[in-house]
Design a protein around this ligand. Sequence first.
Ligand code: FCB
Length: 431
Amino acid sequence: MSRRLPDDFLLGCATAAHQVEGGLTNDWTLMERERTGWIRDGSVSGIACDHHSRYRDDLRSLADMHHSAHRFSVEWSRVEPHEGVFDRAELDHYRDVVRTCRSLGLEPIVTLHHFTLPQWFAERGGVVDADAPRLFARFVAVCAETFGAGVRWWVTINEPAVLAVLGHLRGEWPPMHRSMRSCLAALGGMARMHAAAYTALHRVAAAHGWTAHVSVAHHERPMLPHNPGSVLDRAATVLPSAIFNRWFLRACTTGRLLPPVGRGQLVPGLRGSLDYLGLNYYCEEVVRFNARQPADLFAEIVAAEGPVSAFGWAIDASGLRRAVERLWAEFRLPILITENGVADEDDELRPGFLRDHLAAVADAAAGGADVRGYLHWTLMDNFEWAEGYSKRFGLLAVDRQTLARVAKPSATFFAEVCRTRVVPDPIPSKS
Ligand code: FCB
């Protein structure tokens, strides 16, 4: 059964500055230079996909593929390379990205913090610094004033829980901390930063009579007990899931720093600070109790059975439907899928993945969930954080020597969905 998506349903893809732009100087590039061996394929972000110079061609190719929206991030370290010093040329650059999107019929969705930080900000303590909310909000307000009415959809922070866990608990990403204390402090710090940014965006929008829909991009990774009959396995999912999947959203809706981060203290501007819910969804996780893993709150992740991506992440589109339905039931906020994609070496999985996940979204919407759009991760193969260039999530392949872009079959498939707004019947499997 084919499904039709509404004409105003946003369809497109998402990128992040550090992964595609090239030529950056931020907390990641510092660590990429100073620490050897932590990027798994030995690469550095370097020139990435040179998107900073090639953005016009890249945006044109999105329009040629009939996308109606595009999510990208503004790199704070470019716009404010030194504390309080804003770079006019870089602001003009991003304003032109916004204008080019608009002129090509692409709704721009702007992320203001996608994992990376300016070095001066990281040196002060980064997201846990007491002054972080004020400093972030100042940068955010400058962006809002510069882009004007051109931007209606904003993402303040991409995946706060992922940064808190990988950067502050597991020590795999800058700032390479390894403590639960640091992880919880980072969540609290980012909640304050989000509140300040939300307030700043609405202040600027109200002063000019502009529209602003503001949210975070929340990474939802539902945790399922390995043995549903085991009390311990079930218990092992509770705390990790509460911290990873719900803490931030509940902070934004209640306005409070709830336990285990705080004691329920109110943060100015935090209550009701999601105008919609930005949802990044990749997979569900199966978890089993392991007494030898206290640092992971006794939750051991069990390798997925069944189809998996090149990352080893389970592929099951019904998980996306469940996530959308659950979040809609719990929060009653319009949902924008801000990321969903698959690491896939040769584009064998991606066309079917896209079909099935778009169908899952359409079904959740048909069941009553208010879903406003779907943004695929990602436009082109890029620098996948600590995996380097080894994981390929792109609709377009990028030749690492020439940086030439080549459309994969999935790009053509998705373009047809964007053009017709029809999610076709399942693609027959090759075997
Ligand atoms: C998400 C990130 C994005 C990308 C995808 C694969 O967690 O937001 O930058 O790395 O995963």
